[in-house]
Design a protein around this ligand. Sequence first.
Ligand code: NDP
Ligand code: X2W
Length: 308
Amino acid sequence: MTQTVFIDGAAGTTGLEIAERLAGRSEFTLLRLDEARRKEAAARREALNEADFVILCLPDDAAREAAAMIDNDRTRVIDASTAHRVAPGWVYGLPEVSGHDAVAAAMRVSNPGCYSTGFIALVAPLVRAGLLPADWPYSCNAVSGYSGGGKALIERFEADRDIAWRGYALALGHKHVPEMQARCGLAVAPLFSPAVIPAHRGMVVEVPLPLGAMPGAATPDALRAALAEYYAGSPIVGMGEAPADGEMLLRASDGGSDRLDLFVFANGDGSQARLVARLDNLGKGASGACVQNLNIMAGLPETAGLRL
Ligand SMILES: NC(=O)C1=CN([C@@H]2O[C@H](COP(=O)(O)OP(=O)(O)OC[C@H]3O[C@@H](n4cnc5c(N)ncnc54)[C@H](OP(=O)(O)O)[C@@H]3O)[C@@H](O)[C@H]2O)C=CC1
Ligand SMILES: CC(=O)N[C@@H](CCC(=O)OP(=O)(O)O)C(=O)O
């Protein structure tokens, strides 16, 4: 039987990508509001309460407002925004870390932030396994394609082709830090340095580890083996192939992918390592993850409609 899906914010960057992944899927029927009514509160309230599944692709305030408009106990929600990522009553939509069963049973799922997906996928299993300390002050450096900032940032980067690198969150209060800390069970908030590059999509998230100075930290080989084992059953997350020529490239022309590839690079004596995650901010970082969660919640194969 077909289930209905309403994407609130369907005209935005993540909403459009979700609709693309759902196109041609017979298991779901999209409820749509025309251009004139897509921001009308009454029309949205009706669609939000009619749908079996709602996917919120909205700014945080609008996502909170939309969630509060749902007054039935049947509609299930996936929120792509930051609004509910550490909120009680919401399951964190990184099934590889939160558990597939928890997502499958949830009424409310908060889709992770794109950067957080890379950081948590690398760090949470290793901290949980006791191979990295929970009380270390981790750092995280990352670059994102400009579509990560939605329509406004796309417009800005496409209007100004001279921007070669844009560092931001310079006051160190990026909105993904609370979920990174909470979902990895860290005692101290990670120091997070994001930047945007002149590519439409693509993301690299890195966690540098001075292993030789970290009490209780495992060797790079042990970290690599633990991640490989942890994700062995996943069709979406896994170890990437180490580059043979000593360099890793993101290309501006890369097409979309819903995969998440992990790497552990290290120096000769194992005293320093770099945990690296490569993903598509619009794939496993946003829209691909929403569709994966929708599949799991609907009892379907988690990779249906994904680009792997
Ligand atoms: N882009 C990415 O890589 C990622 C995005 N996200 C999150 O997903 C959410 C959506 O982001 P993104 O798609 O990039 O943003 P966009 O700005 O591209 O799209 C947001 C859409 O929401 C619409 N909108 C805004 N307010 C309302 C409202 N009150 N009622 C109905 N529609 C409204 C906008 O309308 P209009 O078209 O008129 O502006 C726009 O179409 C955000 O919370 C973002 O942080 C999460 C992970 C990654
Ligand atoms: C490049 C860029 O601007 N990226 C966005 C995060 C994209 C994302 O993950 O979005 P939400 O956490 O809002 O859902 C930012 O840093 O604010």
